[in-house]
Design a protein around this ligand. Sequence first.
Ligand code: SF4
Length: 741
Amino acid sequence: MSKIGDLSEIIREFGPHLHDAPPGGWRADRRIERAVPTHCPYCGMQCGLYLLVEQGRVVGLEPRYDFPVNEGRLCPKGVTAYLQVHHPDRLLHPLIKRDGRFVRASWDEALDLVAARFGEIQSRHGKNAVAVYSGSSLTTEKTYLMGKFARVALGTRYVDYNGRLCMVSAAAANLKAFGVDRGSANPWSDIPLAEVLLIAGANCAETFPILNKFLWQQRDNGGRWIIVDPRQTPTARQGDIHLQLKPGTDVALANGLLHVIVEEGLADDEFIANCTVGWDEVLSTVELYTPQVASEITGVPAEKIAAAARLYGQARTAMVFHARGIEHHSHGVNNALAYINLVLATGKIGAPGRGYGTITGQGNGQGGREHGQKADQLPGQRSISNPEHRREICAVWGISEGELPPAGVSVVEMFELMRRSEIRGLLSICNNVMVSLPDTNAVRRTLEGLDFYVCIDFFMSESARYADVILPGTAWSEDEGVTTNGEGRVVKINRANDPPGEARCDWWIVCEIARRLGRGQYFQFQTSRDIFEEIRLASRGGNADYYGMTYEKIEQQDGIFWPCPALDHPGTPRLFEDRKFYHPDGRARFHAVEYAPPAETPDEEFPLILTTGRVIYQYLSGNQTRRIKFLVDQCPEPYVEIHPETARRLGVQDGERVRVRSRRGEGIFPALVTETIRPDTIFIPYHWPEPQAANLLTNPVLDPVSKIPEFKACAARIEKLKGSALPLYGAQRRGASQSEA
Ligand code: SF4
């Protein structure tokens, strides 16, 4: 029997249902008691906003004109975010599954059961038989706690987080090249100072909308854009040069750009000689990547490659940004390193308008990978394999070095261990693997096979349906803490309302489980502030040093950029200004990287390349945004973008439902016939569950270094359905054309 039981009953009780009004409905006679300054719960911009509170309930919001990142701007997700707080789908009580049905339980009953079952599994199968899978939409306090809970309370090596599906390729490349992993080396206020922006694999207009404030300022200053993307995204359409490459060919393109820069004497020889290591190897590698060779691999005309290289190379100031489009690949780290080579070869880093950055997806994607919930990491961006780092953290936690487990593995690898029954119990918080992991069919089988699965969340997700116990946690407005946005700025989230029903703060839940596991002495936190104070100590001396921050100072300064090593230190908005990098010799590292194709390339059976991504109206796995009616009205379901040439060949009409199939699964999607995609490529947005999950199709193959799955390229085919010429919903058409606008 399926572990879910009666799915229709679960959906009837827990949703997703659509919701479109604040508590008490739409009224003009509100008496707003408080306007609580805080930040949007969604993407890594962390736009500032005020939550408006009436009688203890969040009834609206206003954008913060006083916060320098967004200066009063919010995107469609941000303006409707408050509607999740008192949503009728909120989980209000602990739930235990009995005979396939979720039954209300008391906190004691649920927590005792969790501790007893995890204890049982560990005593039979060893400490590592229980794993923790965490999230990066959580505050940094919670992410720190999850890493500590796994290692100190459970004593398991297996902990990882959903940033593994997001930023890890960029993070690994940053560490290799610069010796430090901060998403952006520059504050975003540097963007308008750049003459040229090179943006690779980032549809900023939809995935990071408020960044456009800076992009348009740069444009107003006369700036130029080079956009690298297989799709003519809204961002690409505004570019001066659009390099519409074949998915997965970024190394060839970046090497081709560097080839031209070298040939035309645009490299910065002084910077290379005094600030870097490894140039000679790169030089001999890119020698072979003439524009013609790069063109053959990427499908981008050679003259466009040369023109883009000249534009970037000749500019006095320029910045490179990239995002998941180049990072979600089995060569994601090499892709990022190839673009970093361009930055280092031209010395365009460490000064106003000269820099580099990766664009963060999740709200706390940066903070969530700094303080120890990543499989290989300890707080302060320390390495769990470094003996000195281990000693430092054991001293803060008050445990012996022998008690601290070694590095674990990535979440995709953890799921493989679950399939082999080496991991039998799972505690997950704030993630939705049934939508977000590749190969949904394999993920479903894994969850069904677990001995014991516990979810902490504030909505029932498609994954939580498989849980044995669900513990109702808090929405972002119900607790305080910090997040770190994509530019490395630590900001303060403030509490506006109490958790509804019997829902409790996530940190309280985790500390209570630790207490029941007999490890309560290490988790004596009474507030989020207590946890933050421990983070200050644990991060001290690490790369991501928060020691000099306090909650009050963060608010006074509109956020603080790390590192901030002392209370009288202002923080570090721009890294590398002294031309010193974080490697022991102070030099940045070039990496010679060769092009290799994606793990799966088109063939006769699966002749198209499937790539996936996001739309502006939905957020990641959609567990929050698929419940907000305004957002769903704009984009109610996923679709498959097909070039008119491909559609004509297959006899597919715009709006017709087609089956998309890969070696792992299939789904039925309405066709969006559009010239904005390459003829050899199709695109599906990934925010929805099965039977329309893009990840039914994607390839779980991993980058060998970052362990990120190859979401952005797999082989697929399109099949016509008999009698399937159904029109798209009107709203769907609106959503699609908006995305094209
Ligand atoms: Fe929220 Fe990001 Fe939109 Fe800003 S850009 S409102 S942080 S989703």
